[in-house]
Design a protein around this ligand. Structure first.
Ligand code: ADP
Length: 669
């Protein structure tokens, strides 16, 4: 209900506390004179102002006398109620240099004006407070048509502006921590964020780090140069030891007297107070300390809270940065180790290769002698030496290839090749081996419209590795080798598919990783080092191609190598017109002689599966006795036909009656 007003000043009715104050006010002694004398335009404006729920301020007359409503009172702070009826310049001397000219423009030109989030450091609570306002100034025309005053709706936006700024800083600090650099780089980035934030809350900031061997040292600053950061080692002046031990921040007064501050931030006067905060990640002794100069223009309690949040964010960034650094160091150490390993393998492989070649030569020479010139048992032993040496050579070659690839020294010589014809030629070397194992080998290799540029040596390894695996893991059925044009006609797709044991789905993504082997798999042999497919992928990539695999356990696996046709994708320097190399067939020998050992000895019967069957080459009576007269068993860890044959011979020579040597076990009598 509207409060009463004397008859001549009914426009002052209502208006809450300010209405009452207006009615009580001694207007006669003000520049405006008694309300009864006020022009109608002022009366109407004042009535609107008093009865508005939004903060409204009216400036009137040449002295811009202030009249305002209840909602505006908080803007004035301690200046209320004295501000009522006083000239604007007297009420706001601290910001008159900003708003005076704006008001002047409205009064003299009659043009409205507005401001958005304008910084006005008003002294409503006894200190220059950082405050922001959005307002508009509109002219109020009096009865003569001239501008008699200014109508000003106003919103204080201090909380929003400062809140957003602080959130931005905390967000930016969090983002810095996502970078993969170490603590010092993070410290510099963090101080960069603070400097970019305008240094309004904290006039300066200095970040100190310490580790087990060094005391606190300034690493980065904002608002002052790094070499002007206070020397915290002077613990008595900075209470650093206390802060680091207690984990509690410490406020310091009288900062300018403690050390000179060549400020380069938003304010030109030094802060009176500073806060020393521990950078505590909750992991024992703090990682360092943060010193911030507190702005005297915001409530100190509020700033201390925000400084705590800032220090918390920086501490968690530092923890992450340390973890990154640790990780990087570990990765570097691993890379170094890896490099050392590569060099070691490379050297060792070279060292192995020469004696292996020197062993192979004479052995092959002797084996090439006519049948009659060599006793059967010696030939048998030399065959074993020969096959094992070839196997070793194949492994050593793979290690050498890996070392070369890792060192970037695997130079390819690309030769235009009929990929279908060449692949068919390589695959056909497995024909008799697959037949002996009771498998079908189907080769369907079309000649494609354009040549593929292959490094023939690399391609041999690719095809032989895939075929060797298909053979090893296919106990019955078929191996198919096909070449065809890709769907887009730009690449040759070479497929090696088998009807073997297949590969579990969870193993497929890791299949081409070095040293990866599928656990508990069953094939013709347990041998393997897990480097074959990794090597295949590297070699395919070196030739500009890709490899993929699909597989269904129990049904088989399909490996598809895609090689672009033509040479556009290759460096011109790697292309050669024709391979000068005369193919020796040695590589096919290596793979085939290894595969040979996976076949049951002296038979092309079924591959070993299930229960240890009596070996076919043992006399039936002995084999039958194997189950009953077992006196002991030897578990053959490196199980293959050669090893079994070797053990059998060794045991027989030692006088044992060997009952059965099959499937990884030798049963002795
Ligand atoms: P290795 O044969 O020396 O173990 P590879 O890198 O050639 O190493 O093969 C890795 C693993 O992938 C093999 O141990 C085997 O488990 C699986 N694998 C490869 N090819 C086939 C295949 N054709 N059928 C089933 N499993 C296969």
């Amino acid at each position: 209900m509207a409060a009463e007003a004397s008859p001549g000043v009914s426009f002052l009715a209502g208006g809450g506390e300010m209405g009452a104050l207006m009615r009580r006010h001694d207007w006669a002694s003000t520049l405006l004179g008694p309300p009864e004398s006020w022009p109608q335009s002022l009366r109407t404006t004042v009535s609107t102002c008093l009865n508005c729920a939004f903060p409204i301020l009216v400036w009137w007359g040449p002295d811009l006398v202030k009249i305002y409503n209840d909602a505006y009172c908080p803007v004035l702070g301690r200046k209320h109620p004295n501000a009522l009826g006083r000239a604007g310049r007297e009420v706001w001397p601290e910001i008159w240099d900003v708003i005076g000219p704006m008001l002047d423009t409205v009064m003299t030109q009659g043009e409205p004006t507005r401001a958005q989030d304008l910084l006005l450091p008003i002294e409503r609570h006894g200190y220059a407070e950082e405050c922001y306002f959005s307002f508009s100034y509109s002219p109020i025309h009096d009865e003569s048509g001239a501008v008699g005053g200014v109508f000003c709706p106003v919103v204080e936006t201090t909380d929003r502006v400062i809140g957003e700024r602080r959130l931005r800083l905390l967000g930016n600090l969090a983002q810095c921590a996502a970078g993969p650099d170490g603590p010092e780089a993070f410290a510099r980035a963090a101080m960069g964020c603070m400097a970019d934030g305008g240094l309004r809350d904290f006039f300066f900031a200095a970040l100190y780090l310490q580790d087990s061997s060094t005391p606190l040292r300034p690493v980065a600053t904002a608002g002052i140069p790094v070499d002007a950061a206070p020397d915290l080692c002077d613990g008595s002046r900075w209470f650093v030891d206390e802060v680091m031990c207690s984990g509690e921040p410490r406020c310091l007064d009288n900062v300018p007297a403690r050390f000179p501050l060549p400020l380069n931030g938003a304010w030109d006067h030094p802060p009176k107070r500073a806060l020393v905060l521990p950078l505590d990640a909750g992991t024992g002794r703090p990682l360092g300390a943060l010193v911030v100069g507190l702005s005297p223009h915001r409530p100190q309690e509020e700033l201390r809270d925000f400084a705590g949040l800032t220090a918390g964010q920086i501490a968690s960034g530092l923890t992450k940065a340390r973890a990154y650094e640790e990780e990087r160091r570990r990765a570097e150490a691993l890379a170094e180790l890896d490099h050392a390993k590569t060099v070691f393998f490379s050297n060792v492989s070279h060292e192995f290769r020469t004696p292996l070649t020197l062993m192979l030569g004479p052995v092959e020479e002797i084996l090439a002698r006519p049948e009659a010139d060599l006793a059967a048992d010696i030939r048998q032993s030399l065959d074993l030496v020969h096959r094992s040496t070839l196997r070793l050579q194949k492994l050593v070659d793979s290690m050498l290839d890996f070392s070369r690839i890792e060192a970037g020294r695997m130079a390819a010589a690309f030769v235009p090749t009929d990929i279908g014809g060449f692949t068919a030629e390589l695959a056909s070397s497995y024909q008799s081996m697959t037949e002996r194992a009771g498998l079908r080998l189907t080769i369907t290799c079309d000649t494609l419209p354009a040549p593929a540029y292959l490094d023939r040596d690399m391609w041999e390894k690719v095809v032989f590795n895939l075929l060797s695996n298909a053979f090893k893991f296919t106990l019955e059925g078929e191996i198919r080798v096909t070449t065809a044009l890709s769907a887009d006609g730009r690449a040759a797709e070479v497929t090696v598919a088998d009807t073997g044991i297949g590969i579990p789905a969870d193993a497929l993504p890791r299949l081409f990783e070095r040293f990866y082997r599928v656990q508990e798999t069953r094939g013709r042999s347990f041998e393997g080092s897990g480097i074959g497919l990794a090597m295949v992928r590297e070699l395919v990539q070196l030739q500009g191609g890709t490899i993929r695999v699909t597989s269904v356990p129990g049904e088989g696996s399909t490996f598809v190598v895609s090689i672009p046709l033509g040479s556009d994708h290759l460096p011109a320097s790697g292309i050669v017109a024709e391979s000068q190399e005369v193919r020796s067939g040695r590589r096919a020998d290596m793979y085939l002689s290894e595969a040979e050992r996976w076949l049951p000895a002296e038979t092309d019967a079924e591959p070993p599966e299930g229960e240890p069957a009596p070996a076919a080459h043992l006399p039936e009576s002995r084999a039958a006795a194997a189950d009953t007269a077992i006196m002991g068993r030897i578990l053959v860890a490196d199980d293959n036909t050669d090893m079994r044959g070797y053990i059998e011979r060794l045991l027989s020579n030692a006088g044992f009656d060997v009952q059965a040597v099959a499937n990884g076990q030798a049963a002795l009598d």
